[in-house]
Structures are given as structure tokens and as C-alpha cells.
Design a protein around this ligand. Sequence first.
Ligand code: SAM
Length: 193
Amino acid sequence: MLPRRYHKLVRVLEQRQPDLTVLLESVHKPHNLAAILRTCDAVGVLEAFAVHHNPEEILPFFSGTALGSEKWVFLHALPDIDTAIGSLQQRGFRVYAAHLSERAIAYDSVDFTQPSAILLGAEKWGVSDRALELVDAQIAIPMVGMVQSLNVSVAAATILFEARRQRQAAGLYDRVRLEPETYRRLLFEWSYP
Ligand code: SAM
């Protein structure tokens, strides 16, 4: 491998944020999934999660056969929303549902330097009622136009880049955040795909 490529992999891994993630609830349009994973890669998300009623539909994203930036962000399928939110909370994440509602707080008032998972809802139906019962808080991006919501990938990018801004200011990109074992394993796997 060329030294330049190797240094790029090192630089990327050194800035991965294992405690920042997204949970996608029935987001199913391939271009939205691809756009979200691309943004995840851009801000240093290590792994993302998805609950989908028909995982086969988005199989390329799980099997890593989709071309593009999604191959640098692991997408894990979880069987249902209870398991997904429960397991993230058990791992110490606060789970924030991106959802426009009376109960939602402004997305930029959240402290994203803490372990954070952003739940994004289906293109048509949004976040499910069950998920809203389970999350730690609801967050919204203010809207003053005629349409009621943003495209899901745009909402994801807006929130993830706010998280990036906060983490940058807190110095979280200035030191390696991955466990040494994970870092070594990924460097090997990425170097010899
Ligand atoms: N009709 C759906 C609803 O009532 O929620 C709209 C779904 S929207 C196209 C898809 C997803 O993008 C939402 O579930 C939410 O996660 C996210 N989203 C879109 N606009 C948002 C906003 N202004 N604030 C927070 N999340 C937003």
C-alpha cells in the first residue's frame, strides 16, 4: 500500500468517534441511506444501526457491497426498536429522536460531547410512537417554511455536523478515541480489504 494511503487510513481512524452514532428506523430509500452513511463517515461516526422491517431491501448496505463511503461506516441491523434503543442505552448512549413535536427541544441545545445516538425516522411516517416512548429526549431542527419536515438525510447531516462542531471545540478529534484493539484491527482490515 502507498504510504499516502496508509497515512490517510491512520488519520481517519484517529478521528473516529465511537460514542457518536445514528439509529435509523425504517429509513429505506437507498439514496437516503447512502447519504446518511456518507455524512457519518465525514464526521467520524464509527458504526451506525438500523431497524428495518425488511432488511433484505437494504442488504448491500449491511453486506458492505454497496459502493462508496458507506463501506467505511459499519451498519448493524437490529431486530426491533426496543432492542435497538435498549442496547444503545445500556452501552451508555443517550438516544435522541429527531422528531418535530411540542416536546422536542432545539437540536443545538443538546450536549453532543456525551455519548449520543440520533434516531431518525422513516421517510413517510417518521419516528414510531414506540420509539418516542423509549428515547431519552426528542430534538428538532426549527422550520419556518411551508413544508413540514426536512429530507431525512438533511436532518441527519444538520444534527451530525452540530455534534461535530461541539466535539471539535471539546478536543474530541484531537486524541484517539478507539480502543487500541479496535484501532489495530480496523487498520489491518482497512489496509488489506
Ligand atoms: N411525516 C413524517 C413525520 O411526521 O415525522 C416526516 C418524516 S421526515 C421526511 C424523516 C425524518 O427526518 C424524521 O422522522 C426525522 O427523524 C427527520 N427530520 C426531518 N425534519 C426534521 C426536523 N425539522 N427536526 C428533526 N428531525 C427531522
